[in-house]
Design a protein around this ligand. Structure first.
Ligand code: NAD
Length: 373
C-alpha cells in the first residue's frame, strides 16, 4: 500500500510518525512510503536518512494523499482536505474531540485514534500513551532540576554538605513512575501518591515512599478501582483528606511533580493555592496535567510562572521536548498497530473482532463509530 508521513504542522509539535527504522520495515513488507520533505527535521532525522531507508521524499499533497496516512496529531482542516476519501488515518487523534472526529467522518476517511487502545498486555507495544508519558515523566524531572536553585543529590564537599532534594510525585501512572525513577537516579528523596492502591508496591519498588490516604467508605474504595485501569473522580471526602496529606508533604518538599489525569475530564486539583503559599521559597512545581486544566490552579499552560516564591512550570506535552526518542518510540507503536490492520497480502483489513482495532476506530465510511463526549 502507499503510506504517507506528513510534516506535523501544529505549533510546538516536534515529532514525526515514522523513522528510517520503521520505514525500512514497511518497505520490506512491500509498501511504498512517501515522507514529506522536512518531516523529520525537528526530531533530528534529515530527508536523506528517510531516503536511505527507501522512502520517497515528496510534498504535503503527496504524503497526505496516500492510502494510509501516519500522523502524530489530528490533521487540521487544510490537511484534512488533502486526505482522499477512503484513506486510512492513524495517529493520536484525540478520541474525546468529537467535533474533530465528525470532520474526519464527513471527509469519508477511516480514522484510528491510538490513545483509545485498551491498556492490556497485548496492546503494550502500541500503547502511545505509555510511550509518550514515559518520556514526559523523565523530562519533567530534568526541567525541575533546571529550575530548582539547588542540587538534587546529597553532596559532601570541602565547603560543606548539601542536602538531597525532596521530591513529591502526585499521580503514579506511567509518567509519575518514570519521574520517580529519574529523580531517584539524580539522588533525590521521593514520596508519591495515587488513588489506585495497586501502585503502592510499584512506588516502593522504585525506592520512594507511598503517601497513603486510606479509604473510609465503600464509595471511596469503589471509585479508586477506576475503569479500565484509569482513575475516576474521587468523592469529595477523600479529596479533602488527600489535600491535607499533600499539604503536609508539599511543605517539606523542594519539587512537586503532578501527573494526575482522568480521561476525558478536567484534571483533578491536587495542589491548592494555600499549599503552594506554604511551600519553601525556590521550590518548583512541574504540572504535567497543564493541558487538562492542571493539578494546581496556579499553573499557566505553556508558561513558567512564579507564585508565592514557587516556580510553576505548565508546559504541555513534554514528550515533544525529547523529539528524537519520542518519535522513535511512537513510530514503533504505529508499526505495531499497522500489523493489526494489514492482512497477509499487504492490504488494509478492518477486523472489528480485534478489541484493539475496535477500540481505536473513530470513523469509517462517513460514519462516526465511537464518541466519548
Ligand atoms: P493517567 O495518565 O490516566 O493518570 C496518571 C495517574 O494519575 C494515574 O496513575 C491515576 O491513577 C492518577 N490519579 C488520578 N486522579 C488522582 C488523584 N486524585 N490523586 C492521585 N492520583 C490520581 O494514567 P496512565 O499512566 O495512563 O495509566 C493508566 C492506567 O493504565 C494505569 O492503571 C496503568 O497501570 C495502566 N497501564 C497499563 C499498561 C498495559 O498493561 N498495557 C500500560 C501502561 C499503563
Amino acid at each position: 500500500m502507499h503510506i504517507g508521513v506528513p510534516l506535523e504542522t501544529q505549533a510546538g509539535e516536534t515529532r514525526v510518525a515514522a523513522t528510517p527504522e520503521t520505514i525500512k520495515k514497511l518497505i520490506g513488507q512491500g509498501h511504498q512510503v512517501t515522507v514529506q520533505s522536512g518531516a523529520g527535521q525537528r526530531s533530528s532525522v534529515p530527508d536523506s536518512a528517510f531516503e536511505a531507508a527507501g522512502a520517497i521524499i515528496g510534498d504535503a499533497g503527496a504524503a497526505l494523499g496516500a492510502e494510509i496516512v501516519l500522523k502524530v496529531l489530528a490533521p487540521n482542516d487544510a490537511e484534512l482536505a488533502q486526505l482522499r476519501p477512503g484513506a486510512v488515518l492513524i495517529g493520536m487523534l484525540n478520541p474525546f474531540d468529537n467535533a474533530s472526529i465528525a470532520r474526519m467522518a464527513e471527509r469519508g476517511i477511516t480514522a484510528f485514534a491510538l490513545e483509545a487502545a485498551p491498556r492490556t498486555s497485548r496492546a503494550q507495544s502500541l500503547d502511545v500513551l505509555s510511550s509518550q508519558a514515559n518520556i514526559a515523566g523523565y523530562k519533567a524531572v530534568l526541567l525541575a532540576a533546571h529550575h530548582y536553585p539547588r542540587f538534587m543529590p546529597m553532596l559532601m564537599t570541602a565547603a560543606g554538605t548539601v542536602k538531597a532534594a525532596r521530591v513529591l510525585v502526585l499521580g503514579a501512572g506511567v509518567a509519575g513512575l518514570q519521574a520517580i525513577a529519574t529523580a531517584k537516579r539524580l539522588g533525590a528523596v521521593i514520596e508519591a501518591s495515587d488513588v489506585r492502591p495497586a501502585v503502592k508496591e510499584q512506588i516502593e519498588s522504585l525506592g520512594a515512599k507511598f503517601v497513603d490516604v486510606p479509604f473510609e467508605t465503600d464509595e471511596e474504595r469503589e471509585c479508586a478501582e477506576g475503569v479500565g485501569g484509569y482513575a475516576r473522580p474521587m468523592p469529595a471526602s477523600w479529596m479533602t483528606r488527600q489535600a491535607q496529606a499533600v499539604h503536609e508533604r508539599a511543605k517539606q518538599a523542594d519539587i512537586v511533580i503532578t501527573t494526575a489525569l482522568i480521561p476525558g475530564r478536567k484534571a483533578p486539583t491536587l495542589l491548592h493555592e494555600e499549599t503552594v503559599q506554604q511551600m519553601k521559597p525556590g521550590s518548583v512545581v512541574i504540572d504535567l496535567a497543564a493541558s487538562q486544566g492542571g493539578n494546581c490552579p496556579l499553573t499557566v499552560l505553556d508558561q513558567v510562572v512564579i507564585a508565592h516564591g514557587v516556580t510553576l512550570v505548565g508546559y504541555a506535552n513534554l514528550a515533544t521536548w525529547v523529539p528524537a526518542d519520542a518519535s522513535a518510540l511512537y513510530a514503533r507503536n504505529l508499526l505495531d498497530f499497522l500489523k493489526l490492520v494489514i492482512d497477509g497480502e499487504g492490504r488494509f483489513q478492518l477486523n472489528l473482532e480485534d478489541d484493539i482495532v475496535a477500540a481505536c476506530l473513530m470513523c469509517e465510511g462517513g460514519r462516526i463509530v465511537r464518541t466519548n463526549g
